[in-house]
Design a protein around this ligand. Structure first.
Ligand code: 8F3
Ligand code: ZN
Length: 260
């Protein structure tokens, strides 16, 4: 994966279309979710998320975000039901955030931005692997969770405590026995629509499942997110922040709601 793209003025979202023409496609993500325009679909099932902490492997800085990676060789950590059919396995989760607490999320709600957004990335087991699934129209299902400023989040703190070891791009360290379910709000009401990866290669392969309720993060914890670097060891340090793509045209897509 070429690392030429980024989030600076010279290589950021407005420039991605040059190398990745699908950036101007018909099912790009993120989008602005307008609750009043979303149609309640009583046929939508509740999300079924089954996560096994023992599948947690490592935490890494990939130069675009930090992510926690999971063993996905069995159906130990899966997403089923909701808007999808079949079984999708958890591959990784990561975040997007801003330079200040007034922005950072990728999806917005009636124009409202949140300071950060969590993405739990799952792949459809009808395909042999994540790599096979990543560019298929029904290949991925990503659960998006908004973070709002509030009390310190003890579960997020377990991730933050590892940041000093993964400050530089392309660094990683072991990270075991973490349950991603601790990063979910109590209510799993959601909006769902067909979209894409929000980073290059921008494949239009994602069933997006964006939760209505948020989890909290303290402002001090958000400041710790911004101590990570886009840059590698030895390069001029560049703070990892504003690693979000802005909302893209809806192009006639329908957003469904699992709730009234
Ligand atoms: N924000 S998101 O839509 O939830 C999302 C999901 C998956 C991925 C992902 O796994 N990618 C795309 C970006 C990327 C960048 C790298 O430097 C890298 O080493 C891997 C990836 C992977 C990727 C996976 C498969 C093909 C191409 C890239 C990225 C973003
Ligand atoms: Zn993401």
């Amino acid at each position: 994966m070429s690392h030429s793209w980024g989030y600076e003025a010279t290589n950021g979202p407005s420039k991605w279309g040059a190398s990745f023409p699908i950036a101007n496609g018909d099912r790009q993500s993120p989008i602005d979710i307008v609750p009043g325009n979303a149609s309640h679909d009583p046929g939508l099932k509740p999300l079924k998320l089954k996560y096994d902490p023992s599948t947690c492997l490592e935490i890494l800085n990939n130069g675009h975000s930090f992510q926690v990676t999971f063993a996905d060789d069995t159906d130990s950590s899966t997403l089923t039901d909701g808007p999808i059919s079949g079984t999708y396995r958890l591959k990784q989760f990561h975040f997007h955030w801003g330079a200040t607490d007034d922005r950072g999320s990728e999806h917005t709600v009636q124009g409202a931005k949140f300071p950060a957004e969590l993405h739990l990335v799952h792949w459809n087991t009808k395909y042999a692997s994540f790599g096979e699934a990543v560019n298929k129209p029904d290949g991925l299902a990503v659960v998006g969770v908004f973070l709002k400023i509030g009390n310190e989040n003890a579960h997020l703190q377990k991730l933050i405590d590892k940041f000093s070891v993964i400050t530089n791009a392309k660094t990683q360290t072991t990270f075991v026995d973490f349950n991603p379910a601790t990063l979910l709000p109590g209510c799993l009401d959601y909006w769902t629509y067909l979209g894409s990866l929000t980073t290059p290669p921008l494949y239009e392969s994602v069933t997006w499942i964006v939760l209505k309720h948020q989890i909290t993060v303290s402002s001090a914890q958000m400041a710790k997110f911004r101590t990570l670097l886009f840059s590698s060891n030895g390069e001029a340090p560049c703070c990892m922040e504003n690693n979000y793509r802005p909302p893209q045209p809806l192009k006639g897509r329908v957003v469904r709601a699992s709730f009234k």
